[in-house]
Design a protein around this ligand. Sequence first.
Ligand SMILES: Cc1cc2nc3c(=O)[nH]c(=O)nc-3n(C[C@H](O)[C@H](O)[C@H](O)COP(=O)(O)OP(=O)(O)OC[C@H]3O[C@@H](n4cnc5c(N)ncnc54)[C@H](O)[C@@H]3O)c2cc1C
Length: 480
Amino acid sequence: MSDDTAHPHAPQEHPARSNSRPATPSPGTPGSHCVVLGASIGGLFAARVLSDTFDRVTLIDRDELPETDENRRGVPQGRHAHAILPAGTQWLQEMFPGLLEDFEASGVPVVRQPTEMHFAPGGHLLSQEGRYADPIPTYQPNRPQLECQVRDRLRGLPNLEIFDQCEATGLLSTSDGRHVKGVRVVHRVSGAERELAADLVVDATGRGGRTTRWLADLGYEQPREDRIAVDIKYVSRNLRVAPGSLGRRKVVIVGACPGRPTGATFLQHGEDHWMLTLIGYAGHHPPIDPSGFLDFAKAIVPPDVFEALCAAEPMDDPVAHRYPASVRRRYERLEPFPDGLLVFGDALCSFNPVYGQGMSAAALQAGALKEALAQGTDQLPRRFFKTAARRIEVAWQMAVGSDLALPEVAGPRPLPVRITNAYFGRLMSAAERDSALTQEFVKVSSLLSPPTILLRPATIGRVVLGNLRRRGRVEARQQM
Ligand SMILES: Cc1cc2nc3c(=O)[nH]c(=O)nc-3n(C[C@H](O)[C@H](O)[C@H](O)COP(=O)(O)OP(=O)(O)OC[C@H]3O[C@@H](n4cnc5c(N)ncnc54)[C@H](O)[C@@H]3O)c2cc1C
């Protein structure tokens, strides 16, 4: 660390205790300092953006951060299938040049062509025909690998320091609570408490999000929460699968559908290393015992995949994770809100994990942060929250809409949701035999293109035609 005053292990006086409006230094101002709470994907992405504009960035996490790609306590979801969508990949490419090439060189599987992907959302196996002229690559590192590689790159930045085993326990503020001036941290081993002065504090402590409680302590209201109870359970296991037993496929995703609120993600991570994650909504939960786990998979995955599962060699025991509800905290609507504080990543919006959006949504928020910082720090929280809300809106609506397509998920279904779901159902039906339509759908679900591309007249035409042909085939079969 460059000086004692900000070192979490070094005692320091906290300078700001006045009521007057402190001049928030512009990010480029010499000495400007930002503290990011939480060094998981959200905190790492935020810190990367902040390191371009703040003089110093300090990233703290309560976990001991491993040197290698190991799982850790603060990220229990890392033991389950984690796909980074192409929208997230694009951002990684921009902010960490060379990272994706390094992944591929080290043997991380990359999906480029339809034959490499078995993608069956909502009960429709999308077309695996053809070859894409402009493929959208999907990289498949496992979660600890991705986090470790990003963290290593941040460790190389001269103005960024990472302190682990430091737990944030509260905010420092001016006495009127209008300006956050730093954070109180406790070292988890020594128990020493320190105050870290900062011009900006970013809360990326995950879906538990400490800010809601801290705001109450400062006398602010709570943000409104949008919540959709999905009652999901994940059970996952690493497997050794004989190379070639799944043909060209590198990923198998079978989504839930009405009447079967269960799904599976089977991801290749290395030549013979695969991770199987089984998912169940609303009490239809996968068992954790090995034989029950396998039985549960049988009703979801295609027969040849099930055969490969039966022949696979387990690398560990199944592990479980409960996910009760998607939660979006509407900080963009919370007025007033203190200066010098942002909320980021899952602490801002925790997405139903089955759609694989969380890390890519953190990347979209990082883009919003970059945009907001380009206009200085004046009213930064308000501008950041508004831009971030806009950028994650589509992902949130798509996830909520897909959840509400399942009768097993409780919640109001206004007319626009019912119309959209009816259209998406027909689109996926048509995409079963239409590789161009499949690619458009994948671009939207990858958060690369807006859903409006699926409403272009040519696309609607393909959907109508595809469904007419499908009906024709069904009628012909019935007459046989
Ligand atoms: C089962 C499951 C599967 C998922 N699958 C996918 C997927 O396929 N694709 C995808 O994109 N996303 C997926 N996600 C979501 C993804 O994991 C998150 O969106 C992502 O980790 C970003 O979260 P975050 O950094 O905001 O929070 P988290 O990952 O929850 O990290 C919070 C960090 O804050 C630290 N911390 C907490 N409290 C404190 C404190 N007081 N002081 C200091 N540090 C603290 C923790 O140690 C941790 O490091 C999944 C989530 C779950 C639950």
